[in-house]
Design a protein around this ligand. Sequence first.
Ligand SMILES: N[C@@H](CCC(=O)N[C@@H](CS)C(=O)NCC(=O)O)C(=O)O
Length: 328
Amino acid sequence: MGMLVEGVWKDVWYDTKNDGRFERSVAQFRDWVTVDGAPAEGRTRSFKAEPGRYHLYVSLACPWAHRTLIFRKLKKLEDVISVDIVHHYMAENGWTFLKEDGATGDSLYGSDFLHQIYTRADPSYSGRVTVPVLWDKKEQTIVSNESSEIIRMLNSAFDEWGDASLDLSPLTLRGEIDAINERIYPAINNGVYRTGFATTQAAYEEAFDELFAGLDELEDRLSRSRYLIGNTMTEADWRLFTTLIRFDAVYYGHFKCNLREISDYPNLSNYLRDLYQTPGIAETVDMLHIKAHYYASHNMINPTRIVPKGPDLDFSGPHDRDRFGTGK
Ligand SMILES: N[C@@H](CCC(=O)N[C@@H](CS)C(=O)NCC(=O)O)C(=O)O
């Protein structure tokens, strides 16, 4: 675990100086790929969508990177956007390109560490070195390292080559999608990290209570509709999915989010199986990377680095969500 300071790698753990609270730092590469390369509103640079030009650096363990793999899969962009997978163990060198357990290495430059990709884009970069990264092979730079924005680009900029019939963030639902994302991100997506990385009892309990209040609210919401927003699958569902799929295996134990498991919630667990069984999704879920990453990399939480064998999870069993049908 570490970060770059003016282009130099330093091995440091997360800062929880605010009363033991974990605060995720804001992603710094925030440019945009557009259909025609016209500047996106409020962005300093924009990039033209082209097949074969862009590359994703991801970790199969990471819920934020997982979102981008899901969008690449659902939008049928596998031949349009290439991918490299970092090794699951993230320690003193941050994410590495060690080729093992299905990690691919850096197919573009043969780098050893992900921080070398960041300094290739900006030799004096200061900040955390995170996945996912959307890389432009033409300009040899990082377009974005913010997953919530990368998925919006994948959703709409590459329709000439991908599945244009699928719009996971339609403008007509954008207000509702943004509103539910704003509720789910702090309490649940980032909430599990706020719980697990807290360094005081009070900060832990605050995040824990918000997390389970959020899950209880979603359990109720999902008693009335198949997806978060009516019976239409949207971006909001996939942003929630990557947290739910890791919950019982990792967050419940490792991050001490142990009031309830997802399997204790009838609606959430059926919803999770429903999403998991969407064609193509199961192959984006890698429990080996997920468990090995969290339990082994967070040395201050689990110094023995023992990865638990359980729980025995099966997301392929029947679910009851068909009762709602699909479409509005
Ligand atoms: N806001 C970013 C967050 C990405 C993020 O924090 N990724 C984690 C992995 S789950 C990471 O790479 N952490 C490395 C670090 O913070 O040093 C996004 O959603 O893209």
